[in-house]
Design a binder for this molecule. Sequence first.
Ligand code: KG4
Ligand code: ZN
Length: 330
Amino acid sequence: MRVLAIESTCDETGACLAERTGDGVRIIAETKASEAEVTAKYGGVVPEVVAREQVAAIIPVLEELWYSVTESQRHVDAVAVSYGPGLIGSLLIGVETAKALAWAWEKPLLKVNHLVAHVFANWIREEVPELPAVALIVSGGHTDLVLLKSLAEWRWIGGTRDDAVGEAFDKVARVMGLPYPGGPQIQVLSDKAKGESKIKLPRPMINDKSLEMSFSGLKTAVAQQAAAGADKVELAHEFNQAAVEVLVAKTGRAVEVFSPKSVILAGGVAANKLLREQLAVASGQWSVELSVPEFKYCTDNAAMIAAAALMRPVEAEILNLRPEPTLAVE
Ligand code: KG4
Ligand code: ZN
């Protein structure tokens, strides 16, 4: 089984050709046009601006993919597309393009939930995570804990009640005058810190037994400290530490309740070094395997859309597929 997958939910326009190999997924070729430069200029994602760029990018991205492979590799069994959650203007471009291709080629159209795809970034390899697993999805728009009983049967078990953790990273960076996306910037600044930070920030809901999280109060606490003239390096370090501690504690709570075989990290914030390190240490203590995506498959990409379509195919009626901007994990 081989698919052509398209990702265009936010500020990325990506395409990928991939196939199933045993238990995992092998990438044949991938291309992308990131609108991150435009986004950085505006200090964040401006939906209308990004969508206009994507209209211009989608065909060149697909052409580049097609001509980067040999002629014998140019066949697909299905077309896959991420249909939500995301920005409506961005989603429309990917969805309509995928519909046109599936229709013209007379191939099935597979619809992919973008959050589910972040988790399947962990299947782009030969050694795949053992199930049941607890997945921590941490992106710019979402922070969710999901129980994967099998490849097909998933259950949402917890998450943030307000801001997503990635959104908190982005907003904290902005109040510190750093460019978008904020996560990597905060990490670089945080790495410059020496010794214990004198700044103390809250760890919201860390001792609460539920699997609920909250990051808006933490973000506000940083904004107040920044306005009071706190040292930026120390502030970034303490914020990074506080966010990671909460994520690790809540994942630990989920492990305690559901006794999975593995913990799966997914989403843009999965690129965070401290989070990867701390989860690795904790997973050892919890006696579970930890699976983290390759760095380049943490943030949005079309390879993970292909992986989800190959591992958990969901067929759509070609002419009836519509973008779903507020889709949840399912
Ligand atoms: O998954 P993603 O690419 O897009 C969404 O689906 O939302 O996630 C983007 C988010 C941004 O908020 C960005 O700041 C964050 O991932 N991010 C990081 C790091 N790299 C990206 N956050 C913390 N540390 C990082 N190293
Ligand atoms: Zn994403």
